[in-house]
Design a binder for this molecule. Structure first.
Ligand code: LRY
Length: 228
C-alpha cells in the first residue's frame, strides 16, 4: 500500500500511537514493538509511529494501518532521522511516512531540510513528516515541501517552553496559519483530555507515545502521585 497525500484524509481526527522503547530497556525488541502496535490498533489507533529499521519492518508485518517510521541517531541536536541516508533507509524498511527532524538547524550531512525532503520524494514513495519545534520551523517545513507537520520537538529545541502537557499554544498558532498540510499534535499528550484539547486547538490528528506504550514512565507517574 502506498500512502498518498489524499490518503492521509483517513487519519483526520484520529489517534496515532507511538511505540518506542529506549536503548537498554527490557521492551526494546522489534517483536515486542510489533505486538504493542497491534494491541494499539485493536484499541483504535489509526496509524503507528515506531523508531528503528527493525521496528519498522516488524511493525509493517504486525499491523495493516499506516506506519510512521523514524531513526533516532544520538540524543542531542538533530537526532530524529538526521540525514537523507537515514530517511531513505526508513522508507526502504517499509514506512509509509518518514518522520525527520523538521527544525531549521544544520543537518549532519550538510543537506538543507528542502534537499532532504526532495531526496526522500525522489528516492521512495514515502511521505515526509517534519518533526518541528516552533512555529517558524512549521512554516519553513511546509515551504520546503513536507507532507505533514508535527509538534514533536516543541520543548526540546530551546525555542518553546517544555509545557507540562501538550503545547496547545503552538498548535493553535500553527493551525491558525492554515499552512495547508495536516498538523499532527505530538509530545506530552498524557491524558485523553489532552488529546481532545489538541484536536480542539486545531490538530488534524494526535500522536500519543509514553502515556500508552511506556510502562516504566506510567508506573513512575503513579508512584510519584502516591509518594510525592
Ligand atoms: C522528543 C522526542 O525524542 N520524541 C520522540 C519522537 O519520536 C519520542 O521519544 C516520543 O515518545 C514521541 O514523540 C511521542 O511523544 P510522547 O511520548 O511525549 O507522547
Amino acid at each position: 500500500m502506498i500512502l498518498t497525500p489524499e490518503g492521509l484524509e483517513a487519519l483526520r481526527s484520529q489517534l496515532i500511537v507511538s511505540c518506542q522503547a529506549y536503548p537498554g530497556e527490557p521492551m526494546r525488541d522489534p517483536r515486542t514493538t510489533g505486538q504493542v502496535a497491534a494491541s494499539a490498533v485493536i484499541g483504535g489507533a489509526a496509524a503507528i509511529r515506531v523508531q528503528g529499521l527493525s521496528d519498522v519492518q516488524f511493525t509493517r508485518t504486525a499491523v495493516e494501518v499506516p506506519v510512521i517510521g523514524l531513526w533516532k541517531d544520538g540524543h542531542d541536536g538533530v537526532f530524529i532521522t538526521p540525514t537523507l541516508r537515514h530517511a531513505l533507509a526508513v522508507a526502504n524498511a517499509g514506512a509509509h511516512i518518514v518522520a525527520i527532524d523538521g527544525t531549521r538547524r544544520a543537518r549532519p550531512d550538510g543537506l538543507s531540510f528542502k534537499q532532504t525532503v526532495e531526496g526522500i520524494h525522489a528516492g521512495s514513495h514515502a511521505l515526509v513528516m517534519a518533526d518541528c519545534g516552533s512555529y517558524a520551523d512549521a512554516v519553513a517545513a511546509v515551504e520546503a515541501g513536507a507532507d505533514l507537520i508535527g509538534t514533536t520537538l516543541s520543548g526540546y529545541t530551546g525555542e518553546r517552553p517544555k509545557t507540562d502537557g501538550p503545547d496547545l499554544e503552538l498548535l493553535a498558532e500553527i493551525a491558525g496559519a492554515e499552512l495547508g498540510k495536516p498538523l499532527i499534535a505530538e509530545g506530552r499528550i498524557h491524558t485523553p483530555a489532552h488529546a481532545r484539547q489538541a484536536l480542539d486547538a486545531g490538530a488534524f490528528a494526535v500522536v500519543v507515545g509514553t502515556a500508552i506504550t511506556h510502562p516504566a514512565s506510567i508506573t513512575g507517574w503513579f508512584k510519584g502521585a502516591m509518594h510525592g
